[in-house]
Design a protein around this ligand. Structure first.
Ligand code: BGC
Length: 344
C-alpha cells in the first residue's frame, strides 16, 4: 500500500493517488472521482487515463471514474417520482439527455479514502455524502465504494443509503484493453456475454424495448471478435451507437461467490494478455467500445485515444430506469452491488 500527491486541482485541492495490489494485479486509485488511474496486469497497464489531472478535466470521457448518482442516460433530463417532476441538467445537450449524473457527477468529486489491509488483500474504502438537491436529485445519499485487489481479482463494491426515495445507479467507467492500453484498437480482441436480451435504442440512445439478441450482432453468447466489420456494420442498432454502445441483460445461472455474495458470470473480454471475466449482481451491463473517441486528448504517455481503443464494461441498471419506475433506491433501503473483474 502506497500513497502520494498525484497532482493539484485548479482550485488548489490535492489529488492523492493510492496504490493497492500484488505482483499480478495492481491498481492506482485517485481520490478525485475515485478514478482508476492505472490497472496493471502482470506489470502491463490495461486502462485508459492520464498522467496529470488536467487530462481528466478537459476530456469528456469519464475515464476510469466512479459514475453517479445515475449512471447512463435519463431521457429529456427529467423524471417523475412520487408525483413530483424533477428537472435535471441536460448535460448531453445534443440529445437533450441527462448523462452520468449531470454537470458535477461523482466522477468530479473529491472522495474521502481509507486504506485497509486484511488477509484477503488490499482495499480502499471511498466515501462521499451527496446532499439533498444536488444536481436536483431528491435525498441525501451516503455513498461508500470499496476497491479491492485480492489475488487475481479486482472488485468494486458499491453501497449507498438515501434519506428520500431517489433514482440511484452507480458504475465505473474504466476503458479496458486486453492487449494493454498501448496495444492499439480492440478489433483483435474477443467478447463473450451471458445475455439473452438487450435494450434496443432510439436515435437519442434511450432504450425503447427489451429484445432478444438472437440473430443480431449483439448475440455474444459465444465469443465474438470485436472486429471493425462487426462494429461498423449495417445493423440499425450498431449504426445508432456508432458501434457497440448498448445495454445487455445478464441471463445466466453461472456464478461465483465473492465477499459473501453470489455474482453472475456476465462477460469474458480477452486479448493478448489473457482473459478478464466480469462477475456482477447488477441486472445489466453497458458495453461501450469508445466509439466517440477520435484521437483527441491523448492518454498517458502520449498514447492515441483512438476510436475503439478500449472497451468499457459498465455494470448497471438499464438506462433511463427512472422513466420506467426502475432503479429507485427507497428511503432507508440499502443499495448494494458489486463488479468483480477476475484475470484468468
Ligand atoms: C455511454 C456512451 C457515452 C460515454 C461517455 C458511455 O457510458 O454509453 O454513449 O458516450 O459513456 O463517455
Amino acid at each position: 500500500m502506497n500513497s502520494y500527491l498525484f497532482d493539484k486541482l485548479p482550485d488548489g485541492r490535492d489529488v492523492i493517488a493510492y496504490e493497492i495490489g500484488n505482483d499480478t494485479v495492481r491498481a492506482t486509485i485517485l481520490n478525485y472521482g475515485g478514478i482508476i488511474q492505472k490497472l496493471l496486469y502482470k506489470g502491463i497497464d490495461i486502462i485508459g487515463g492520464y498522467d496529470k489531472v488536467e487530462g481528466y478535466l478537459v476530456s469528456d470521457g469519464y475515464q476510469g471514474a466512479l459514475i453517479g448518482r445515475y449512471a447512463n442516460r435519463i431521457r429529456d433530463a427529467k423524471f417523475t417520482l412520487n408525483g413530483v417532476e424533477y428537472q435535471l441538467a441536460a448535460n448531453e445537450s445534443a440529445r437533450n439527455n441527462h448523462l452520468h449524473g449531470g454537470m458535477v457527477g461523482y466522477d468530479k468529486k473529491i472522495w474521502d479514502v481509507a486504506p485497509k489491509t486484511d488477509c484477503d488483500g488490499e482495499h480502499l474504502v471511498l466515501t462521499l455524502v451527496d446532499p439533498d438537491g444536488n444536481e436536483n436529485y431528491p435525498g441525501t445519499v451516503n455513498v461508500k465504494v470499496t476497491y479491492s485487489v485480492c489475488g487475481e481479482n479486482f472488485s468494486i463494491h458499491y453501497e449507498a443509503v438515501s434519506d428520500k426515495d431517489t433514482p440511484f445507479n452507480m458504475t465505473n467507467h474504466a476503458y479496458l484493453n486486453m492487449n494493454g492500453i498501448a496495444g492499439g484498437t480492440i478489433y483483435d480482441q474477443t467478447l463473450q456475454v451471458n445475455a439473452d436480451f438487450m435494450s434496443s435504442v432510439d436515435d437519442k440512445l434511450i432504450p425503447v424495448a427489451k429484445v432478444p439478441v438472437d440473430g443480431t450482432p449483439f448475440d455474444f453468447r459465444t465469443p465474438k471478435l470485436l472486429s471493425e466489420e462487426l462494429m461498423h456494420c449495417d445493423d440499425e442498432q450498431m449504426k445508432k451507437g456508432e458501434g457497440l454502445d448498448h445495454n445487455l441483460y445478464i441471463t445466466t445461472k453461472e456464478a461465483t461467490l465473492w465477499q459473501g455474495k453470489k455474482l453472475a458470470k456476465a462477460a469474458v473480454f480477452a486479448g493478448k494478455l489473457g482473459a478478464l471475466t466480469l462477475y456482477t449482481d447488477t441486472p445489466c451491463v453497458q458495453f461501450y467500445a469508445g466509439n466517440f473517441m477520435d484521437g483527441d486528448y491523448p492518454f498517458k504517455g502520449g498514447l492515441n485515444r483512438e476510436k475503439n481503443g478500449a472497451l468499457c464494461l459498465e455494470t448497471q441498471f438499464a438506462p433511463d430506469g427512472p422513466n420506467r419506475g426502475e432503479a429507485i433506491l427507497r428511503a432507508g433501503e440499502k443499495y448494494d452491488y458489486t463488479a468483480l473483474f477476475r484475470f484468468e
